[in-house]
Write a protein that binds this ligand. Structure first.
Ligand code: ADP
Ligand code: MG
Length: 837
């Protein structure tokens, strides 16, 4: 009967629990009716009382129960935004921040000046804003400016179950901010909202909240969903499999929307295209109750006496749409501009789009849904499909918990998810497709049972499901944390080990991060005096330096951020940006050693290998630049590519697949570098506007002087990846022939025969990473001069005899390393010492 209670009664309830203030909202009756059906409405009183009594409250409720759209409204009506403070809601995804702010504005009959959003590059927040949706990253940046978040009276952390790194850190920070605010007489509330019941990391973590926050559970009415597993081991081509499955559902099963889960934008588009070809659909096509509609109904009646169990096992595997290599290259795919939206509804009209077995009698209204889809396109999924047509949404993970699509009865789940992985060596993040967790798969299935009993078709066997991890693990435990530690130090959190992480990264990971940041000069070196314990403690609470603050503002791993921070000298910035962009993209060259698929390809590969050898000879003859080694090769290619583009009509006209093919480059990698260069250039300009770099369309090769400078910049960033050629006495051991010694490994490492420095064998080199193939090979090698080391890496240099030294391998027996006092270098800021020629 609570569900039947009228709005009047609700108002009554609220007046009792919040007698002082009630801010009326004028909703349309249609909206009001829809709201009253949402399970969260039944808990309004419980939620508001919990919020009144406690500084922090956790709310758990199934996706679609109304948490995101309704809870901010409860708070608004109860007066939480009527004073100077406003209501803030964070979302891990941009799409949710934008679309939810619009929805709530509409429900409340308020302008978007009042219910607004802010995401990284855009927003519509005004002075009148009372409810502000934002991404978690935006709030983190705001904390950097005002630690007490004085603008807000309430912060809601939404989608906490996703355990994104920023969400985790925000909860940790807010667990301190809220008590501080209350102590200072500026009360503030924290709400944490989760779609799963697994919230003990937030509630039972003693470091986080001294008194565990109450958990309000919202019981969603969920209809039963029948799960159908694939019998066979899942096929590689899950997009093709999803296509067949969707076709079968559409042909054979009663009406009801279909929601297909794939992993990324490219897959979503590919499946949308195939489905639209198979079931062409035009606006107006079936709106008049035409022949098509009758056929559709007839087909439905005939085939749906009972729900048949679909047999998937007789499909033949289709060739892969995209190679693995492509997938790997789709790092940052999310940022890719998008392509062919807009005219999609008319696809069926075009003769080129007709396929043999296209079936226009069964209209299917196919819509894509993913994070970066334009808002107007996203909004389409919430509208009912044109009469007579079945809705089919092809979505990424965003439809799992962030957005609830009405009218879904069938879910097709590929069982995979595109996840961010971090490469400890390069600090590069990339997106890879992996199996999802059982919890996520169940969330996806749940989307089918919102309004009536539904069906979920899993494109994998139950055995495979059994092997899924139970829950998605917190992102923070899966990645190196030096960038996070730097961000937190930038927030003036000095003792990161004591930070109340909901799930803490390992102590080793934190120590390693702190040490690396000290060695990069981003953190101040701890004092070397005092008792051992004190020194230990100091090692874990180093304060940030001005250089560290500059580095924290660049969107790359700290090693590369250091290079960017130094790059402004001697006009080196465009080259530094080019080399950082190229190093961040995993591999810019095509693999010429791969097995050829055909005679023709084999010939091509041989030709290209010959060409590469020739080019290498050319580089080897280029004196000073040679010493920049493999990184010079990267710069040269970026320069050549950019210049080729400048010759064309538009800025990037030359950046064609043909140019890349001729030069053995991966086209996708080069596109990625192009985007990154623009992004990094903007970031550097924002930090040091006086430098005023721009993405130079015609980059000339660096001068010899600049090359020397660049080598120092690279040494400064990759300093912990320093290697020294083995000394005469050890070189007698055949194992060590032409080998290099590194600080952390006992075994020698080598310069690869493909490296530009293979013949040169400089005494000191820095490398980007070590790859083990037949030997331990260094990748991305650059030569450095011994006398630069004490200046740029004072922490690796020392006075005294090798025997007393903590890291004797660095002490030059020839006495070439003379140490300068470390402090003098960093005290003057972050200028490079004068370049020696
Ligand atoms: P939760 O946050 O608990 O997952 P939401 O508040 O997002 O739930 O959704 C509540 C309801 O509002 C759902 O039924 C959903 O379909 C509906 N809804 C959300 N956004 C829109 C929109 N833009 N247009 C129409 N309905 C919407
Ligand atoms: Mg939600």
């Amino acid at each position: 009967n609570e569900k039947n209670s009228t709005d009047e009664e609700k108002v009554q309830v609220k007046r009792e629990s919040q007698p002082a203030i009630f801010i009326p909202v004028h909703r349309s009756s249609e909206i009001q009716e829809a709201r009253l059906k949402l399970p969260v409405l039944a808990e309004e009183q419980v939620i508001m009382e919990a919020v009144k009594e406690n500084p922090a409250v956790v709310i758990c409720g199934e996706t679609g129960s109304g948490k995101t759209t309704q809870v901010p409204q409860f708070l608004y009506e109860a007066g939480y935004a009527s004073g100077s403070g406003i209501i803030g809601i964070t979302e891990p995804r941009r799409v949710a921040a934008v679309s939810m702010s619009q929805r709530v504005a509409k429900e409340m009959n308020l302008s978007t000046r009042v219910v607004s959003y802010q995401i990284r590059y855009e927003g519509n927040v005004t002075e009148d804003t009372k409810i502000k949706f934002m991404t978690d990253g935006v709030l983190l940046k705001e904390i950097q400016k005002d630690f007490l978040l004085q603008r807000y009276s309430v912060i809601i952390i939404d989608e906490a179950h996703e355990r994104s790194v920023y969400t985790d850190i925000l909860i940790g920070l807010l667990s301190r901010i809220v008590p501080l605010r209350n102590k200072r007489g500026m009360p503030m509330k924290l709400l944490v909202m989760s779609a799963t019941l697994r919230v003990e990391d937030f509630t039972e973590n003693q470091r986080l909240f001294r008194t565990p926050p109450p958990v309000v559970k919202v019981d969603a009415r969920q209809f039963p969903v029948t799960i159908h597993f694939n019998k066979r081991t899942p096929l590689e081509d899950y997009t093709g499999e999803a296509f067949h499955k969707t076709c079968k559902i559409h042909r054979m099963l009663p009406s009801g929307g279909i929601l297909v889960f794939l992993t990324g934008q490219a897959e979503v588009h590919s499946l949308c295209r195939r489905l639209r070809k198979a079931f062409p659909f035009r606006r107006g096509h079936s709106a008049d109750g035409s022949e098509a509609m009758r056929k559709f109904k007839k087909a439905k009646q005939k085939k749906t006496v009972s729900l048949p169990r679909i047999d998937l096992d007789n499909y033949s595997a289709l060739p892969l749409d995209e190679g693995d290599e492509d997938r790997e290259a789709e790092v940052r795919e999310e940022e890719e501009d998008n392509d062919d939206e807009g005219s999609d509804l008319d696809l069926g009209d075009h003769p080129a789009n007709s396929v043999e077995n296209a079936d226009p009698s069964l209209p299917l209204y196919v819509l894509p849904l993913y994070s970066l889809l334009a808002p107007e396109q996203q909004a389409k999924v919430f509208r009912s499909p044109p009469p007579g047509a079945r809705l089919c949404v092809v979505a990424t993970n965003v439809a799992e918990t962030s957005l609830t699509i009405p009218g879904i009865k069938y879910v097709v789940d590929c069982g995979r998810v595109k996840k961010r992985f971090y490469d400890r060596v390069t600090g590069v993040s990339s997106f890879k497709v992996t199996w999802t967790s059982q919890a996520s798969a169940n969330q996806r299935a749940g989307r089918a049972g919102r309004t009536e009993p539904g069906h979920c078709y899993r494109l994998y066997s139950s055995a495979v499901f059994g092997d899924f991890s139970l829950f998605s693990e917190a992102e923070i435990t899966r990645r190196p944390v030096e960038d996070l530690v730097l961000q937190m130090k930038d927030l003036n959190i000095e003792k990161v080990v004591n930070f109340p992480f909901p799930t803490s990264p390992s102590a080793e990971a934190l120590v390693a991060a702190e040490q690396l940041l000290v060695s990069l000069g981003a953190l101040k070196e701890p004092p070397r005096t005092g008792r051992v314990q004190e020194m230990e403690r100091a090692r874990l609470s180093c304060p940030i330096t001005p250089l560290g603050r500059a580095m924290a503002s660049f969107p790359v791993a700290p090693r590369y951020a250091k290079m960017l921070a130094l790059g402004k000298q001697q006009d080196c910035l465009p080259y530094t940006i080019a080399v950082v962009a190229a190093m961040t993209v995993r591999e810019i060259f095509e693999d010429l050693d791969r097995p050829a698929g055909s005679e023709d390809e084999s010939q091509k590969l041989t030709q290209r290998r010959a060409r590469l050898t020739q080019m290498k000879k050319l580089w080897a003859g280029q004196g000073a630049s040679l010493l920049l080694g493999d990184l010079m090769v990267l710069i040269e290619h970026v320069c050549a590519y950019v210049t080729a583009g400048a010759v064309g009509a538009c800025e990037f006209a030359g950046c064609t697949p043909k140019f890349c093919e001729e030069n053995g480059l991966r086209y996708k990698a080069m596109l990625e570098i192009r985007r990154l260069r623009a992004q990094l250039t903007n970031a550097v300009n924002a930090v040091c506007p006086e430098v005023g770099v721009f993405v130079d369309p015609k980059m000339t090769p660096p001068t010899e002087h600049q090359v020397v400078c660049l080598r120092q910049i690279i040494l400064a960033g990759l300093g912990d990846h320093l290697a020294r050629r083995v000394q005469a006495e050890d070189a007698l051991d055949p194992k060590w022939k032409n080998g290099y010694k590194t600080p952390l490994m006992d075994d020698p490492v080598f310069i690869h025969p493909n490296s530009a420095l293979f013949k040169t064998l400089p005494e000191f080199v820095v490398y980007q990473e070590i790859m083990e193939t037949t030997k331990m090979y260094m990748r991305g090698v650059s030569a450095v001069e011994a006398e630069w080391i004490p200046r740029l890496l004072p922490q690796y240099s020392h006075f005294g005899s090798p025997l007393e030294s903590p890291s004797p391998w660095f002490c030059s027996t020839t006495g070439t390393i003379r140490c300068h006092r470390p402090s003098t270098f960093f005290r003057v800021g972050w200028q490079l010492p004068a370049v020696e020629m």
